[in-house]
Structure formats: C-alpha cells, structure tokens
Design a protein. Structure first.
Ligand code: HMG
Ligand code: MG
Length: 288
C-alpha cells in the first residue's frame, strides 16, 4: 500500500511573517483560499503574536474572518500566550500552535523569555485549548542549530518535545529554524527525540537555507515521520533568525514524495498556481 505523507502548508504564516512590505489582508485571504483548494488538511493561516514583534501578521483576525473555509481543512494560528490564544479563539481557528525553542538564545530573541518561562506561559494555553476542543500543536525551534547559541544538543530538543507532549500537544513539529541542518545532524537529533516520543507524534519543519531540506525530510521518512511542514513558493523565514531562508518549497516536497512513491493527496496544478500567486504578492515573481 502507498504510504500517505501529509504536508502542512505554512506559507500564510511562516511564509509571510518575514516579509517587510505589508501585504494587504485581501491578498492573504486570496492566498489561503487558493491553498484551500489544493488538498491540504491543515493550513497555518496566521499568528496572534505581538504586532510590534511581527507587524506583517497584525491582521490575523481580519484574515480569518475573510477566508472561505473549506470543509475538511483545519485552519491554524500560532499563539505565544493567553492573549494570542483568546484572539485566535475569537477569530474561530480550528487549531493553535505554541512555539518553544530548544536553545535559550533563540527563546530570548523570539519570545523574550527563558525556555522554562515559555513552558509556564503556554501551560494555560494548552489547558484552555484542550478544554475548548481546539487542536493543539507544538513547535520546537532550533533543533540542530541556534543563531545565537550555536550547536544545540539533541537531548535539549528531546526535553522540550517531551514537555510539549506532556502539556497535551497532539503533535510536535521539529524546526530547523536556520535551515543549516545536515541530514546526519537531523538523524542524531531524531535518535534522541524518538527515545521520548513516537514517530506518529512528530513532524519535520525544515527551512531550506543550505538546500538540505529535502534530504532532511528523507531522513525523517526513514525514521517513521509522516508529517512535514512546507511553504508554497519556498517563502518564509523568521525575523528573529537572521539569514534563515524560507520553508522548504511545498511543490518540491510534493514532487519528491510522488517520485519516491508516497501519496500526498495534493493537486499539483493548483499548487503550482498558488505558489505563483504567493510569489507575486510577495513581489518575488509575476504570476504565471
Ligand atoms: P513581550 O514584549 O515580552 O510581551 O513579548 P509582554 O507580555 O511584555 O507584552 C508587551 C506588549 O505586547 C503588550 O502591549 C501586550 O499587550 C502585547 P502594550 O501594553 O505594550 O501595548 N502582547 C500582545 N499583543 C497581541 N497579541 C499577543 C500579545 N502578547 C503580548 N499575543 C511576546 C512577548 C511573546 C508577546 C513576543 O515576544 C512575541 O509576540 N513573539 C512572537 C515572535 C514571533 O512571532 N516569531 C515568529 C514565529 S516563531 C517561528 O517562526 C518558528 C517556527 O516557524 C518554527 C521554526 O522554524 O523553528 C514556528
Ligand atoms: Mg519556521
């Protein structure tokens, strides 16, 4: 039987958050609506973080109100704290994602607190999401390399992953935030994480700065992971990870998976059109 692999689409959130020119909410809505027709089960639509920290996504409520929800698609938002959770819930998201770092330097830069403090901040978010029946995902950033602290120990990633699962996350997405991880480093990191978490609870979130993301996904697949985050047009980056490039390109992942005998359920032509639109609204290329 063909093995099914899910791609979780990141472009509206991770893809756009690093863009400096403000993209109108109408364009974000049009992008999400195009993505909704591609066959994704999950789209990360926006974030509800401090607008001073990420001005590009300050219009999350407007975007959520404007999209045409497609049955079968879960629309998620990234939230750092209860304020973000309440806003996301009011906007009607299906899922929230909390995000922690495996390194102290990035935690401080991205969330203005230590790893221990970030656990305390997201604990009430987890409790509320579970009580409200809103799906709860977790991210661990800097799973191999931190732009501030350098190499990250696999044991640190395992600790944060375990903590997020204990809080009730149904899945933890492992982020190579800088996009510098090499396949052997992903493998070593997974050795530690798989000792505390089942592969079915894990996702891979690889940025593609150095061009290793597809090989890193292959490592994940070989270790039993079946969920990978990607962004149409390869858009993205984190404002607090200087130099990091976009998420791995959704189309490249879908093509690679198809060639290698996996099923994604995605419509390649619609995906290509959504990618062209994403690149156009970010000024990267004319829509074809
Ligand atoms: P802080 O400045 O320490 O927060 O930032 P604070 O609690 O002291 O509040 C400061 C102000 O922000 C207050 O407003 C709050 O109300 C407001 P003021 O009274 O000054 O007018 N505020 C908020 N406003 C709207 N929504 C909120 C919110 N929270 C506070 N949710 C904070 C702490 C966590 C808020 C800040 O650091 C933050 O927003 N960080 C988010 C940064 C971010 O979004 N980074 C990108 C996403 S992570 C990522 O890309 C990695 C990932 O893709 C995986 C990977 O690749 O590794 C997920
Ligand atoms: Mg990311």
């Amino acid at each position: 039987m063909t093995r099914r692999v899910e791609i979780v689409e990141m472009a509206p959130r991770d893809g756009l958050q690093n863009e400096t020119a403000v993209i109108p909410a109408a364009d974000k809505i049009a992008l999400i609506d195009r993505l909704s027709a591609c066959g994704f089960a999950r789209i990360e639509a926006t974030s509800f973080v401090s607008p001073r920290w990420v001005p590009q996504l300050a219009d999350g409520a407007e975007v959520m109100a404007g999209i045409t929800r497609r049955p079968g698609v879960a629309y998620a938002a990234l939230v750092p704290n209860m304020k973000g959770y309440e806003a996301a819930k009011a906007a009607g998201v299906d899922a929230v994602a909390v995000f922690l770092s495996a390194s102290e330097g990035f935690s401080r830069a991205n969330l203005n607190c230590s790893i221990a403090e970030s656990f305390e901040r997201v604990r009430p978010v987890a409790e509320a999401a579970i009580a409200d029946g809103i799906a709860l995902r977790g991210y661990v950033s800097c799973v191999v390399h931190c732009p501030y602290d350098g190499p990250v120990a696999p044991a640190a990633v395992a600790r944060v992953t375990e903590g997020l699962l204990r809080l009730g996350c149904h899945e933890v997405s492992l982020g190579d935030t800088t996009g510098h991880a090499r396949p052997e480093e992903i493998s070593a990191m997974l050795d530690a994480v798989l000792a505390v978490a089942a592969a079915e609870k894990l996702a891979g979130h690889f940025h593609d700065t150095d061009g290793h993301a597809l090989d890193n996904i292959r490592v994940g697949l070989a270790r039993g992971l079946s969920v990978f985050d990607a962004s149409v047009g390869g858009l993205g980056g984190c404002p607090y990870a200087p130099g990091a490039r976009g998420n791995v390109d959704t189309l490249a992942v879908a093509d690679m998976l198809m060639r290698e005998g996996y099923e994604t359920g995605l419509d390649r032509e619609r995906l290509a059109r959504a990618a062209a639109f994403a690149r156009r609204i970010t000024g990267k290329e004319e829509e074809r």
